[in-house]
Design a protein. Structure first.
Lengths: 131, 131, 131, 131, 131, 131, 131, 131, 131, 131
C-alpha cells in the first residue's frame, strides 16, 4: 500500500546522545499553493540540526513535506511552521530550516529560521553554534 | 480571479513566420504523481521549438504544466504527451521536449523527444536541425 | 489594470515575531539613470533582513524598485536610500542592502550597507549578526 | 553633451573584407516594457555576425539597444526586430541574435534567430555556419 | 521483503514506439571488485538509449547494477557486458553505456561503448545518432 | 597477496608533535548496507584531524573503510562509529568526520561529528578550532 | 580630448557619512613593468573600503590605475603603494587592497593589505572588520 | 639583458610534419591602446593552429604580443593582423585567432578569425577542420 | 619490490574486439625537463583510443609516463612521441593524445594529436570519429 | 647558465614593514618521491604569510620547491619541513603552508600547518589571524 502525506513526524533514538553533532537534510522536492492565487509554489529546503534524544526519521520527513502539497502557505509562515513542527517532534539541541523559494515577480525569496534549546545554548558559549 | 490548471494551450500569431528561428522555454516547476505509488514526482522541463504560424503563449504554458499536478504519469509517457499536446496546439516546424526527472532509487532519468514537420525537414538538409 | 511604479512600500504582519529569523530577496532586475550622462545604469540587488513587526510585501518591493527606472541616481547614494526607505517602512531588527552595479570604465562597483536596530543589537552580543 | 537613445545604427568599414570572420557582442544591459502590463522586462542579448563591407560601431549599438527602454515589445517580436535592424544597417554575410529573457511565471524564455545572406551561404556548404 | 541483487532486467512497453526518442539514466552508485586484488572498485555509469518496443524498468536496472557488487570485473569488460545485457533485454534502436571509473594509480579511466541496431541505422543517415 | 578489509587502524609517529597542524582525508569510495532493506548505501567521507602522537596510516584507513562493505549501518550511527574508532586508534587533539550520504527518498543526508581532546581544547580558547 | 593617466585621485562627498558601509571595486585591467626585466606585469585588483567624508571617484580611479602602465613596480611594493595613495586621498575608516598578480615562474602571487583608521577601529570591537 | 618587444616571430622546425595535429596557446596578457581615446585596452587571446613545416616559438610569441602595448589598435583590425602576422611567419595548414576584448560601454566584444591553407583544406573534406 | 620507470608498455587482450568503443585515460601526473634550461616542466595528459586487438594496461601506462621524469622534452615533440609509442604498442583503430602544458612566459600551451588506422577509417565514414 | 635546484631560500627587504599584510603564493608544480616505493608523488602547495623584515624571493622559492624532485618525503613530514625552512629563512610574523597531495588508494590527503611568531600574536588578539 502506498505512502500517504502525513503530519506525523516519526523519530528514532539518537545513537550518540553524549556528543553534539550535526545532521543536515537537503530537500529539493517541496511544493505548496499560494494562499492568494491558489497557484503552485515551489521551494528547496535545507534542514540542519543537533539531535538530543531523538533523530528525525527520513521517510516520515518525506511524508511530512509532502503533506503541504495541497495547502495554501505564505513563504515566511510555512518556513517557520516547518521549524516549529520539527522542533516539537524531536526536541533538538539546535535546528535551522532554510527555504529557497522559486522566483516570483522577478525576485527570489529565501527564509532562514533557527531554534536553539536555551539550556543547551547556555552550557556552551551562548551562540548555540556547533562549528 | 485566480488562474486554474488547464489543458487548453493558447497560441498567438508568429511575428516572423518567414524566418526559421528558435524559441526555448526553461520550466523548473513541474510536478505530477507516480502512477504506481501515488507519491509526488518532480521534473525540470526544457522545451525548444521553431514556430510556424503559431507561437506558444507563455501563461497558458504555465497553466498547462500545472494541469499535471494531480495526475499519475510515467516519466517516458508524460514527456511524450507534452510534446504531442504542444505539437497539436501550435503545429511547429520542429519541437523538442526534454524532461529531467528527479532521482529515484539512486538513478536520475532524463527523457528527450523531438518532433520534426516532415515537410519542413525535407526543404532543409534532412536533419531538421536549426543550428 | 496594470501595476504602476510606486514609492509606497507595503508590509504585512510578521507571522513569527517572537523569533529572530532572516528573509533574503535576490533582485536581478534594477535599472536607473546616471545623473551625469542620463544613460541607463543597471544593478543586481540583494536585500536581507530580520523582521520585527512587519514584513516587506513582495509585489510592492517589485514596484518600489521599478520606481527608480527614470530617476538619476549615484551608486553609493541610491543603495543607501533603498536601505533607508525599507527601514522606514518596516522597522526591521536588522537589514542589509547590497547593490552589484554593472561595469563602467572597466571597473565593477558593489555597495553594501547595513542597518541594525540599536535596541535589538544590544540585547544580543553587540554585533547585530544573526548567524 | 550626453548620448541619447537612437535607432540609428552606425557602421565602419570592415578592415578585412576578404576574410570570413566572426564578431560577437555580449550585451547584458537590455530592458523594455511588457506591451500587455506596461511593466519592465529585462534581457541579456548575444549578437554574432560575419561582416561583409560594414562592421557595427560599438557605441551606436549601445545607443540602439537603449532605444527600447520605453517601448512595449513582445519577446519573440523584438528579438527578430533587432536582427532585422542590424541586418539592414550592416548587410552582413551572416548574423545571429539571441535574447535570454528573464523569468516570468516561473518560466525563462530564450529566442534565437539567424540571418544568412543567400549569396554567401551558397558559396559555402549551404549551412551558413562559420565554424 | 527487501529487494535482492538480480541479473534479470525487467522491461515495460514503450509508450511511444512510433517516435525515435532518447532516455538517459545517470547512475552514480556502482561498485564491483578488482579481479586481480579483490579490492573494491567504484564507477559512475551513464546509460542512454532509443527504445524500440521495450523500455528499461528503473527498479530492475537498480537491482541489475547491484548484482555486480561481489563480482570481480575488469573496467573494459564490465562496461561492455552491461551494454550487452541491456541490449539483450530491451532490443533498443540504439544504446550507449559510459562508465567513469574512479582513479587508480593516479589515472582515471572512462569506457564508452555504443550499440546501434543495424536496421535502424540504415533507415537514418547511417550515423545512428539521434540528435 | 591482496589486502583484506580490516578493522585494525594502523598509525605512525607524528613527525611534528610540537605543532598543532591539520590533516584532511577526502574519501569518495564508501559503501555499506541499509540495515532495514539490505540494499547498498553509498557515502563520501571527509575526515579532518589534528594529530597528537600518532598519525593515521593511509592504506590502513582504506582497508578500514572497506570493512563496512558487507555491514548494515544507519547513517547517523556509522558516522559516529568511524569517529569513535579513529579517535581510539590515534588519540588526536581534534578530529571531525563528515559523511555525505547519497540521496534516498528525494532527500540527501549529511552527518558531521567532532571530537576534541578536553585537555587540548582547554589550553586554547575553548573552541577547539585550529583555524 | 582624451583622458590621460594621472596620479591625482579625485573624490566626492560621502552621501551617507553617518553610516559605516562598504564600497568595493573590481578592477581587472592593471598592468605595469617588472623593475628587473622591463617586461610587462599584469594584475587584477580588488579594492574595498568604508568611506568617511570622501568617496573615491570612479573615473579618477581608472586614470590612477592607468598611471602605472609605464612604471617599474615590485608586486609587494606597488600593492602597498596603491593602498597608501588611496588612503591619503580619501581618509577612509577602513580600506583593503588585494592584488592578484599573474603567474610567473609557475607561481601565482597575491598581495593583500589593509588600513584601519585607529580611531574608527577603537569605537568598534577592535578588529576593524565591517561584517 | 632583458627581452624587448618585437615584431619578429621566431619559429622552429615542426617535429612531426607528417601528421596533422593541433597546437593551442592561451594568452591572457595582452594590452594595446584605443586609437580614438588613447586609453588602454585589454584582451585575452586564444591561438590554435595546425603546423606545416614551422612551429611558433613560445618566447617570441610572448614578445610579439608585447609589441602591441604602445600601439593604437581597433578590436577587429588587430585580431586580423595577429592572424596575418602569424600566418606569414609560420605558413600553417590552419590557424584560428580569437580575441576576447574587455567590456566597453557595457558590451563585451569577441573577434574570431581563421586561416586555412587552400591546398590543405582541399586534401581533406573541404572544411579545414581538424577535429 | 617497488616499480621502476619503464618504456615498456604492456597490453592485454581486448575483451570486445568486435565493437568499436572508446577508452579514455585522464593523467594529471606528468613531469619532464625543459631541454633548454633543464628546469622541470609539468603537463596534464588526456589519452583516448578505440582498441583493436590490444588494450593499454593501466599500471604500465603509469610507469611509461613516469619514464619521462628525467628526460628533456619539447612540448610538441613529447606529445607526438607519446602517441607514437602508444600506437606502436597497441595498434589501435584510433587514438588521440592531448597534453595541457603548464603556463610558461604567461602563455599556456596545449598540444593535441591523433592517429587513425587508415583501414579502420575507410570502413567508416572517412572521418575516423567514433561519436 | 640554467638554474639549479637549491635549498637556499633568498629574501628581499619588506617594503612596508610597518604594516601587517598578507602575501600568498599558489604553487601547482611540486613533485617528490614516495619514500616507501620510490614512485613519484605530486602536490599543489599554497603558502600564505605576513612578512616581518624579509620577504620570500619568488625565483628562489621556485628553486627551493624544485629541490624536492629527487627526494623521498612523507606527506605530513615534507609539508611541515617546507614551513620550517621558510620560517627559518624569513622570520615572518605568521605563515601557513597547505599541501594538497594527489589521490593515492582512492583517498586524497591535504596537510595544513601554521607558524605564528609568539611576540606578534600576543600584540594582537591572541589568534594570530590577519583577517
Amino acid at each position: 500500500m502506498p505512502s500517504q502525506p502525513s503530519r506525523e513526524l516519526e523519530t528514532f533514538e539518537n545513537p550518540s546522545p553524549d556528543r553534539d553533532y550535526e545532521i543536515a537534510f537537503d530537500c529539493p522536492e517541496f511544493t505548496c499553493l499560494c494562499p492568494l492565487t491558489g497557484q503552485p509554489d515551489f521551494a528547496h529546503f535545507h534542514i540542519t540540526y543537533v539531535p538530543d534524544r531523538q533523530c528525525v526519521e527520513l521517510k516520515s520527513l518525506k511524508l511530512y513535506l509532502w503533506s503541504y502539497r495541497d495547502q495554501g502557505a505564505f513563504h515566511e509562515k510555512v518556513t517557520n511552521q516547518i521549524l516549529d513542527d520539527l522542533v516539537a517532534a524531536t526536541r533538538p539541541r539546535m535546528m535551522e530550516v532554510r527555504g529557497e523559494w522559486f522566483v516570483r515577480g522577478g525576485i527570489t525569496t529565501e527564509v532562514r529560521c533557527t531554534y536553539i534549546d536555551p539550556a543547551w545554548g547556555r552550557d556552551r558559549d551562548g551562540s548555540g553554534s556547533v562549528s
